[in-house]
Design a protein around this ligand. Structure first.
Ligand SMILES: [Zn+2]
Ligand SMILES: [Zn+2]
Length: 422
């Protein structure tokens, strides 16, 4: 270690942090690199004062008082590796971070640093000279040292795995960037009215800015399940944007009369302490959407919710063009016996890939409500297009109800009446 220290200090000055880190960053625990560096420096100074020939640039001993040696020591230039980051700049960054965090609610944080190339190159140069066996990288030290200072000032914890805030210290552009972890709130909704989508439908022509096509609204529907649910949450969290994650969706003109699980993600929340009971009460003032069981969850539940495949039971009220021959209805039972093959429906072909789906109708029952009017109860696997099961979609869904009944549908009114949760 002494040899290595002489090698790297022979023609240059290193601060305690850098000296300790490159020589012994991986040795001993419970002390900082600054202390490691100071111990090594003082040991060299002992040797020097005792008359040993220590081959280092003497500015490395600046500030140390020798008893035997009579030498005049000049003030060192800046640290070869960190350019005096630890001595002069770290506090400024910490101050800037604290300023930037004002008004944001969080209980833990992570620090990441983008280090200047010249500093990384200087450190690599030292590594080439003495090896990296016991060294730690400057990036790790900066992250930790800023973290320690912030923990003290903010009284909050450094958190590696799931920090509520990630602080990126960009030394290259001398900027601080914050990444705030979204809030994820689980719930279950019912959709009680028809005529609005699940997610906010941004106008594709203007991407939300407002144009003639969307009448200046920036979106194609005045509201959505997402907007109804997000409204009180965005307000409380002082956030601007959300995303809704659901397993499947009902058509715009369909209702959903059973509770459908969802997760609403609130992006960049400035506040995280939210009374979900009050939020639920606010949302449920809506006549269109009701929610229940709101609770905070972890991000990984999004994947699980989105991939869940649940059977659904639909009520499908069909008005046919001609009167329905009742004796033909029992032929519909064939739908339970063979899989339904569906090419991507014409109505969604513009936004979905063209392919053929195979889904199973588990149960079909019916109630005759009039000469031309029948209510079907259909239980099907997740992903079966129900309207197309009725109409046949110009031969793209086979078999289908209209073909079996040799009739055509004039009007279809659809509700999800049961979601078979696992
Ligand atoms: Zn340094
Ligand atoms: Zn538009």
């Amino acid at each position: 270690m002494i040899e290595s220290a002489e090698k790297i200090l022979e023609n240059r000055y290193l601060c305690n942090n850098c000296l300790g880190r490159v020589l012994a960053g991986q040795l001993l625990s419970g002390i900082s690199n600054e202390e490691r560096g100071r111990i090594i420096r003082y040991f060299l100074a002992f040797l020097f004062d005792s008359g040993k020939d220590v081959k280092v640039d003497l500015s490395n001993f600046y500030g140390i008082k020798f008893k035997k040696r009579k030498v005049v020591i000049e003030k060192p230039k800046e640290c070869f590796v960190c350019k005096n980051f630890f001595k002069e700049k770290i506090e400024d960054y910490v101050k800037k971070i604290v300023e930037k965090l004002k008004g944001i609610e969080f209980k833990n944080f992570l620090v990441g640093t983008k280090v200047k190339q010249e500093i990384l190159s200087s450190e690599e140069k030292i590594w080439e000279e003495i090896g990296i066996e016991n060294a730690e990288s400057i990036k790790t030290e900066i992250n930790r040292e800023i973290g320690k200072k912030l923990e003290k000032i903010l009284k909050k914890n450094f958190e590696r795995k799931e920090p509520e805030i990630s602080i990126l210290v960009d030394m290259v552009n001398e900027k601080i960037k914050l990444q705030i972890q979204s809030l994820f709130i689980y719930g279950e909704y019912k959709k009680l009215k028809r005529g609005f989508p699940q997610a906010k439908w941004i106008c594709s022509k203007c991407k939300g800015k407002g144009c003639i096509y969307c009448k200046g609204e920036g979106k194609l529907y005045r509201t959505s399940i997402q907007e109804i649910i997000e409204k009180p949450l965005l307000k409380k969290a002082k956030a601007k944007k959300s995303a809704i994650h659901v397993s499947g969706r009902e058509d715009i003109d369909a209702r959903c009369l059973d509770w459908r699980p969802f997760i609403i993600e609130i992006k960049n929340p400035l506040k995280r302490k939210i009374d979900l009971k009050k939020i639920q009460f606010e949302i449920n003032k809506s006549k269109k959407v009701k929610v229940r069981n709101l609770k905070f969850v972890k991000k990984n539940l999004v994947k699980i919710i989105k991939s869940e495949r649940m059977d659904k039971t639909y009520s499908v009220l069909v008005t046919f063009k001609k009167p329905v021959k009742k004796e033909k209805l029992k032929d519909l039972k064939i739908l339970e016996k063979e899989p339904i093959l569906q090419q991507t429906p014409l109505r969604v072909l513009h936004r979905r890939a063209k392919k053929t789906r195979k889904r199973i109708v588990k149960k079909i029952a019916w109630k005759v409500l009039g000469k031309n009017k029948i209510e079907f109860k259909i239980t099907a696997q997740s992903g079966l297009y129900i309207k197309e099961l009725v109409t046949g979609d110009e031969g793209r869904t086979k078999p289908n109800i209209c073909e079996i009944l040799n009739n055509k549908a004039k009007k279809i009114v659809l509700d999800v009446v049961k979601i078979h949760k696992k």
